[in-house]
Design a protein around this ligand. Structure first.
Ligand SMILES: Cc1cc2nc3c(=O)[nH]c(=O)nc-3n(C[C@H](O)[C@H](O)[C@H](O)COP(=O)(O)O)c2cc1C
Length: 185
C-alpha cells in the first residue's frame, strides 16, 4: 500500500499537507505560504471530496510547484512526492478523522495518514468539526486513539457545514498552529 518515495532527497524538509472537505479549506493557501516561509517544501494531498470546489487547486499547485495528489498513482508511475519529514492535516473533517483512527484507508489522503505514524515523523491535525458531530462517541474514541499514537492536535474548531459558513463572527482557523505542532520537540 505504501506510496511514498523512499529516497527523500529534497534540499528543504518536505511537508505533506492533507486537506479535507471542510468549509475553511479555502484558506489552505495561507498555510502553504506560511510553511514555505518557515523553510518547508510542500506537497498537498487532498481528499476526493475536497477536490470538488473546497479550495483553489490552481493556486495551490502554483505555490507548491507540484500537482495535488488525490488518487493513487498507477503501478508504473514514479512516486511523485519525496518521503515526508512531517505531515499536517488541515482542515481535518469528522469523516477523515474517524476513518484514519479506524484504519479505513479508502482514499489516498487517509492511507497516507494511516502510514504516517509508522514513519516516525511528526503528524499534526487541526480538526474542523462542529460541536454536534464532535459529541458523537466514535469521534471521541478516534481522538483518544490518535493521541495514543502520538498524533499532535490543535485546538478543536467548531467549523461549519453549510449556511453558517457565510455568517460573520466565526473564530479564525489557526492554520499556523499546525506548523508549530510539527516543529515542537
Ligand atoms: C460547504 C460544506 C462545508 C463542510 N464543512 C465541514 C466541516 O467543517 N467539518 C466536517 O467535518 N465536515 C464538513 N462538511 C462535510 C464533509 O465535506 C463531508 O463529511 C465529506 O464526506 C468529508 O469528506 P473527506 O473527509 O473525505 O474530506 C462540509 C460540507 C460542505 C458541503
Amino acid at each position: 500500500m505504501s506510496d511514498r518515495a523512499g529516497t527523500g532527497g529534497a534540499a528543504r524538509p518536505f511537508l505533506y499537507v492533507v486537506v479535507c472537505a471542510a468549509g475553511v479549506a479555502e484558506g489552505v493557501v495561507g498555510l502553504i505560504d506560511a510553511a514555505r516561509g518557515r523553510g518547508w517544501e510542500v506537497g498537498v494531498i487532498a481528499t476526493p471530496v475536497a477536490m470538488g470546489g473546497f479550495f483553489d487547486t490552481d493556486a495551490v499547485e502554483a505555490r507548491t510547484g507540484r500537482p495535488i495528489r488525490s488518487a493513487w498513482r498507477t503501478p508504473g508511475e514514479p512516486r511523485p512526492f519525496p518521503a515526508p519529514d512531517a505531515v499536517v492535516v488541515a482542515p481535518a473533517t469528522f469523516n477523515t478523522i474517524n476513518k484514519w483512527a479506524a484504519g479505513l484507508a479508502d482514499t489516498l489522503a487517509v492511507a497516507t495518514l494511516c502510514e504516517a505514524s509508522g514513519l516516525g515523523v511528526p503528524v499534526a491535525v487541526l480538526p474542523c468539526v462542529g460541536e454536534a458531530l464532535a459529541s458523537h462517541p466514535a469521534y471521541r474514541e478516534s481522538l483518544a486513539r490518535l493521541r495514543g499514537m502520538g498524533v499532535r492536535f490543535g485546538d478543536p474548531h467548531a467549523g461549519n457545514t453549510g449556511d453558517a459558513a457565510q455568517s460573520g463572527g466565526r473564530p479564525e482557523f489557526g492554520w499556523e498552529r499546525a506548523l508549530d505542532l510539527v516543529q515542537r520537540r
